[in-house]
Design a protein around this ligand. Structure first.
Ligand code: NAP
Length: 252
């Protein structure tokens, strides 16, 4: 990334669930473009490792443990960010869980609760903590999924929570305008740990064939899209979801 821009100089960005995969990719991209980034996830060792990788690239970074459904850890994430950097410009809500591959009518109530809690409610509660600190010109980015548009076996109820994020994006964009823009990316298939249930060669080939570009996505593809939406390049874009899925069909 030799010719990378510097759209986030003087900006402070929080990315949740950001010690590996797409969240890490987004934090890395924002950091390489000049942001001070606050990364987090559930495990301290993962946080430490990710901080080290980002620091080695010259990125200004703070790492904290934050399980997104833990109220105190959400509070501390915002408080420590403000204490250290004095402001907040970008929040990327990236955490999600898919605890079961059951069909919707078989999904246990506890699993339904967890899907709602991690994939939707925790982001709302984090933004409630963040809202008083958000600057004029700030930006929120949600991470939805192509399966929020097209249900996939084994990911059906998870997909419904990702559809909910499309509505949340519209509703919050209305509520938070004009000072804060709210947008969303909907990744296609990206071979990360989270997506490992889909990574047999056969499944991967079948997913590649569903794209127009004949390949799966990369964390860098997702990071580039999230960085665009978070940046001033998208200063006239709010309430939108950018599908980053290699041309997979994407109508609701
Ligand atoms: P990943 O590579 O498995 O990374 C997940 C990250 O989240 C890790 O850093 C993990 O660290 C952290 N994490 C997990 N649960 C957390 C929680 N409750 N609170 C805080 N941190 C948590 O996953 P990914 O594929 O990048 O997925 C990231 C996002 O992209 C998710 O919203 C997912 O729905 C979305 N997405 C992924 C794909 C895909 O194909 N990969 C497609 C569409 C959408 P710890 O273990 O230390 O917590």
């Amino acid at each position: 990334m030799e010719k990378i821009g510097k759209r986030f100089q003087e900006k402070v960005a929080i990315v949740t669930a950001s010690t590996q995969g797409i969240g890490f990719g987004i934090a890395e991209r924002l950091g390489l473009e000049g942001a001070a980034v606050v990364i987090s996830s559930r495990r301290q060792t993962n946080v430490d490792e990710a901080v080290k990788k980002l620091k080695n690239q010259g990125i200004e970074v703070m790492g904290l443990v934050c399980h997104v459904s833990n109220a105190q850890q959400r509070k501390d994430l915002i408080k420590n960010t403000i204490q250290k950097y004095g402001k907040l410009d970008v929040v990327v809500c990236n955490a999600a869980a898919n605890p079961s591959v059951d069909g919707i009518v078989e999904t246990k109530e506890a699993v339904l609760d967890k899907l709602w809690e991690i994939n939707v409610k925790a982001s709302i509660l984090l933004l409630q903590e963040a809202a008083p600190h958000l600057n004029k010109g700030s930006s929120i980015v949600f991470v939805s999924s192509i399966v929020g548009f097209h249900p996939l076996k084994g990911l059906a109820m998870y997909g419904v929570t990702k559809t909910a994020l499309l509505g949340l994006t519209k509703a919050l964009a209305t509520e938070m305008a004009p000072d804060t823009r709210v947008n969303c990316i909907a990744p296609g298939f990206v071979p990360t740990y989270f997506a490992s249930i889909l990574t047999t060669d056969e499944q991967r080939r079948s997913l590649e064939e569903k794209t127009l570009l004949n390949r799966v996505g990369t964390t860098q593809d997702m990071a580039a899209a999230a960085a665009y939406l978070a940046s001033d390049d998208a200063s006239y874009v709010t309430g939108e979801t950018l599908i980053v899925a290699g041309g997979m069909p994407s109508r609701l």
